[in-house]
Design a protein around this ligand. Structure first.
Ligand SMILES: [Zn+2]
Ligand SMILES: [Zn+2]
Ligand SMILES: [Zn+2]
Ligand SMILES: [Zn+2]
Length: 499
């Protein structure tokens, strides 16, 4: 481990253009692992803790990606004639072709002699981000060497494969070592067009290394979250919860809604460590039961969770009847549920998926299970684009219900703010407002109806009174005209009796 002091100095240099005069953080010795970023004062939820800028950044250029993007400004280019005319093998926009950054990239790659400079090659374009490390200053390169690197057997593959795409690829051991080291550091700390390393499901379309962020340690319930400024590519790290002075500021390297076993495996394989955070030490994951499955005993209503062993195939225990199951047995239930739900997720009908989740799933999988949460996230994403074959009412109810469900899971896990939470809360607010508006409209309709009914009743009354009057009048008229009628004529006064 490189001493925290040297790391701080190098980070100060990197952040100099925009560093706070009174930063809320410092590099210190971590209880989690090695060094970490510590709060130098208490931080309020939502407060910006620091801003970071990429030390290296480039196109991710995975094999399946469209390669017509500028390697400097990263903007999309027209479909044809986007390659640099100087023969460096890099796509570049006319504006950036004149910039210093491209001049440096161009000179380097031209001297290496790309085999087919006029054809866009994902391996060459992808390597650029790594190769740029060669032209950094010594302090900047030292900063890269300060960061954790998982130096496993695979970290040399990328440069080895790229070498085949050039006629005069450097053979200088020092240059190769810089590139290999950068690959390893990027794989441990960098972003690579992925949603893996995020608590937010936010997409990151490039390959980039944010060094201060790279020093932050992992916790499965991070106390910070980050957003990107699209224009400057700066990263803003904020407090997800109130953080007391002296506490370590953590981030998460894994997806949030994955169970204990999956997170362990990912961290072990990709990042090379075993997490011992409170969530990982709790079989119920703080009562959120993200990996929870139903007991195999059909008479038991208990949930079954994996033991905390750190092994990839632990035993599972029912929390109710205490029955033990093997990992293979429980994976059968999980695989069945995942298969069934994914099949519906992949179907074209959103309504079918929603109905399946609402009516069928609970019979074979607890709704806390990650596969259900994932499917609900998919539904919300699809609803954001359009409501497909869902009625307006179904779409509205689903948005309301699923965003509530997911925020509840976040609450159970003890997760504070995040971009995802903000998005879900906005969705909830909008949906609640819409619902309130609909209710107000309905109430107004009812009020108008009642008013009309009252008016009609009033009119009926008037009419009835009028009719009664008419009838009375008619009656009076009849009696006047039929004075001689003995039947209706008043009885004649009794005749005086003659004496
Ligand atoms: Zn450009
Ligand atoms: Zn060029
Ligand atoms: Zn953990
Ligand atoms: Zn049981």
């Amino acid at each position: 481990m490189i001493c925290p002091k040297r790391t701080s100095e190098l980070l100060d240099l990197h952040l100099a253009p925009f560093k706070d005069k009174d930063p809320a953080w410092e590099i210190g010795v971590s209880k989690i692992a090695g060094r970490g970023v510590m709060a130098t004062r208490s931080l309020k939820r939502g407060e910006v803790i620091f801003k970071d800028s990429p030390l290296l950044m480039g196109l991710a250029a995975h094999e399946e990606d469209a390669l017509n993007a500028c390697t400097v400004c990263l903007k999309e280019l027209p479909d044809t004639k986007f390659m640099c005319r100087q023969g460096c093998g890099l796509p570049v926009c006319p504006l950036c072709a004149k910039k210093k950054q491209h001049k440096t990239d161009c000179d380097m790659f031209k001297s290496w002699g790309p085999n087919e400079p006029e054809v866009a090659n994902s391996v060459i374009i992808r390597l650029l981000c790594i190769a740029r490390a060669i032209n950094l200053t010594k302090d900047q390169r030292d900063l890269i060497y300060c960061l954790q690197a998982n130096l496993d057997n695979n970290h040399r593959t990328e440069v080895r494969n790229a070498a085949k795409c050039f006629k005069n690829f450097p053979t200088d051991k020092k240059l190769i070592e810089i590139m290999n080291r950068t690959v390893a550091v990027m794989r441990t700390n960098g972003f690579d067009k992925t949603t893996d390393r995020t608590n937010d499901n936010q997409e990151f379309n490039y390959r980039a290394l944010y060094p201060l962020f790279g020093v932050m340690n992992h916790d499965c319930i991070p106390n910070s979250y980050y957003t990107f400024d699209e224009k400057t590519n700066h990263m803003l790290v904020r407090a997800a919860v109130d953080i007391p002075e002296g506490f370590e500021i953590t981030t998460t390297y894994t997806k949030l809604f994955t169970g204990n076993i999956a997170r362990h495996l990912f961290l072990k394989m990709k990042k090379g460590f075993t997490c011992k955070c409170p969530r990982c030490s709790d079989p119920t994951e703080k009562g959120a039961f993200i990996s929870g499955l139903y007991c195999r005993d059909t008479n038991c209503t208990g949930l079954v969770v994996p033991e905390i062993t750190g092994l990839p195939h632990p035993n599972w225990n029912c929390l109710e009847c205490k029955q033990k199951s093997t990992h293979a047995q429980m994976m059968k239930s999980q695989d069945f549920a995942s298969g069934a739900i994914n099949a519906k997720s992949n179907s074209n009908s959103l309504r079918t998926l929603v109905q399946y989740l609402n009516e069928k799933c609970a019979s074979f999988i607890p709704d806390t299970n990650y596969v259900v949460i994932d499917a609900k996230m998919t539904v919300l994403q699809r609803l954001q684009v359009g409501r497909e074959d869902c009625s307006e009412e179904l779409a509205a109810n689903t948005r309301l219900r699923y965003s509530r469900d997911i925020t509840q899971v976040m609450d159970k896990l003890g997760l504070g703010d995040s971009l995802l939470r903000t998005q879900l809360e906005e969705l909830l607010k909008r949906e609640e407002e819409r619902r309130a508006k609909r209710q107000a409209e309905e109430a107004e309709k009812q009020r108008k109806l009642a008013e009309l009914q009252a008016k009609a009743a009033e009119a009926d009354k008037i009419l009835a009174a009028f009719e009664a009057e008419q009838a009375a009048e008619a009656a009076a008229g009849t009696s006047a005209s039929s004075a001689g009628d003995p039947a209706t004529a008043p009885a004649p006064p009794p005749l005086a009796e003659s004496v």
